[in-house]
Design a protein around this ligand. Sequence first.
Ligand code: GUN
Length: 312
Amino acid sequence: MNDLPHVLDGVVIAAEIKAEVAREVSDLSSRGVRPGLAVILVGEVPASQIYVRSKVKTCGELGIYSEMLTPPESITTDEMLALVAQLNAREDIDGILIQLPLPKHVDTKRLLEAVSPDKDVDGFHPVNAGRLQSGQPGLAPCTPAGIIEILRRTGLPISGQNAVVVGRSDIVGKPVAMMLLNESATVTICHSKTKDLPAVTRNADILVAAIGRPGFITPEMVKRGATLIDVGINRLTDPADVQRFFPEDAERAAAFAKRGSVIVGDIDPAAFALSGAYTPVPGGVGALTIAMLMHNTVKAAKLRRGIASERR
Ligand code: GUN
């Protein structure tokens, strides 16, 4: 590797994965199978509406059947459970995605556990967490799976590397740690109670930041030449923060003047200069999530019918 850090372009890798999924969909169609995804979007949360539209649109581009269910905000847990039961029973639906967050009065945990593990394309069901943990075929959460794809497809080594994951969420931190372990990395998981965090992160060959705090990982916390994986998407609205994280960045300043906010990850951009490779925000890990959802939908269609997958 040369001296300049390598930018791990999530958009390019996502396009590669989507092209592969489209080929798999076309192979399945010659067997009379069309993978199908149902997305449940409750109420009118603008950010969720944008995500869901993008998921449905990508299905269309890749030849996957999709269906959007949009119950009102007032829907009860029992009504949601009935909806999920119907989708579990449908032969033409391979994947069920409940867009989060749900309204406060709805029991999210109960609902996620009601989705058939074989249709759980988000990989959130405890049965899929168990399958991941025990190395059985299953559906893995999309963001962690995307991180592994970035590393693999770039040819960055994982086996034997010191991987440090900052953040222990069920959706990103824990599963990505398990996947890195399955790839034979030496894995440390850090969190808010970790003692001397910088000493731990400075030992990382691969550092995954999934904390949800803007620019939390500073240059002092990074080993020179490390691979930095930034899972954070944080919106900055204070001009002082924009100046702090993006000094002398005319493009960002213009974007801020126009929109009143800019996005920063969980890693201070100043740390990227020290790295061997890093995922930018936006355009890094986030770009992979929908591609991996499409991958999971086709995988679920194959698993349910006992058709072998080419890859994990
Ligand atoms: N809300 C934000 N990201 C996600 C996701 O990946 N899956 C679901 N179900 N909801 C989300």
